[in-house]
Design a protein around this ligand. Structure first.
Ligand code: RI2
Length: 327
């Protein structure tokens, strides 16, 4: 099988246009945030199932695997993406194309509903850690983290927020806007002001793109430095992460690949040329060691990072298959 240069597999199965569009939107971060990426990828598999012109169950399965491979290659770090693809492909079952199609459609609907439920449930757990009158410092934009603040506010607690802008893509602006939508007073700060403003924070609250078996939290670049500063200042830090963020491959010793993004996100080419010959690096994520994280809040309750491996084993067994690979 020979994939075409544009990533579309032309030889044995055509990808639905929506799969290609979703893949491009994930890569360009038009669709971003680990949970949103997972939902987008699952829904694209649903479209592939509806639109696949397969004349046999084998051809249908092959076209679904091809779609999953295209989606998988978009961004490497958020494990919610392969976990979503796994969830759907493992439930693909049936003796004929119609039955297979239906099984995929059902699995996608179930997956998306489960994501929403998990976020609501973890929101309630995270809200229990917040007290009336608390100020929370945030980093990047995480729907799981915001669910905790939303649940606290809905429970009648007054919460204020210090929002880090989160260079280079400024996802903090999205966080600020959504918090304002909940009626939360927001102070926006540049990333380098975080340590100064930790004096005014009662909690640091972040999301996660992946959580490793040793309890390491892989999240937006800058999280680890924030966590070290928070520990030094005695401010508790929690990660809000539904279990779709648990990285099953780390159970068998794999490490999590950190995405390196385009240097132009850090500095525009013209300004860069004006400075002269410089190297620019743009890692999208970093790893916060478990000793700097107080709690991981999931839909199954809160866990000290070091014990997350128990939950991971329960949910994922000893490892992770790649159902999108060619048999
Ligand atoms: P939710 C984001 O990554 C941030 O790192 C955020 O903490 C994480 O995804 C989780 O987001 P990016 O896609 O799933 O902005 O909680 O690079 O929404």
């Amino acid at each position: 099988m020979r994939p075409a240069g544009n990533g579309i597999d032309m030889t044995d199965h055509r990808l639905a246009p929506d799969v290609e569009e979703t893949a491009e939107a994930i890569a360009s971060m038009e669709i971003r945030g680990a949970a949103t990426i997972a939902a987008g990828a699952a829904e694209a598999l649903g479209t592939q199932a509806r639109e696949a012109e397969a004349d046999s169950p084998a051809a249908f399965r092959a076209s679904m695997r091809a779609a999953a491979r295209r989606l998988r290659e978009t961004r490497p770090t958020a494990v919610s993406l392969p976990n979503a693809l796994r969830y759907v492909l493992r439930r693909m079952d049936g003796r004929n194309v119609d039955a297979l199609r239906e099984s995929v459609t059902d699995a996608v609907a179930e997956f998306v509903a489960q994501l929403d439920r998990a976020q609501e449930d973890l929101g309630r757990v995270g809200a229990n850690r917040l007290a009336d009158g608390d100020t929370v410092m945030t980093h990047c934009h995480s729907t799981d983290a915001l669910a905790c603040i939303e649940a606290a506010v809905e429970g009648g607690k007054e919460i204020e927020a210090i929002v880090k802008e989160t260079r280079p893509r400024n996802q903090g602006h999205i966080t600020a806007e959504q918090l304002r939508g909940m009626g939360v007073p927001v102070t926006l700060i540049v990333d380098s002001a975080a340590r100064r403003y930790l004096n005014e924070a009662d909690h640091v609250l972040v999301g996660a793109d992946s959580i490793a078996a040793d309890g390491g939290v892989i999240n937006k670049i800058g999280t680890s430095g924030l966590a070290v500063n928070a520990r030094e200042r005695g401010v508790p830090i929690m990660t809000a992460a539904q279990t779709i963020k648990l990285h099953p491959e780390t159970l068998t010793g794999h490490t999590v690949e950190i995405e390196m993004r385009d240097e132009a996100e850090v500095i525009d080419p013209e300004t860069r040329a004006g400075i002269g010959e410089i190297a620019v690096e743009n890692p999208a994520f970093d790893v916060t060691p478990p000793r700097y994280m107080d709690a991981i809040v999931t839909e199954h309750g809160q866990f000290p990072p070091e014990s997350i491996v128990t939950l991971m084993r329960e949910l994922f067994g000893e490892g992770a298959a790649e159902p999108w690979a060619e048999p």
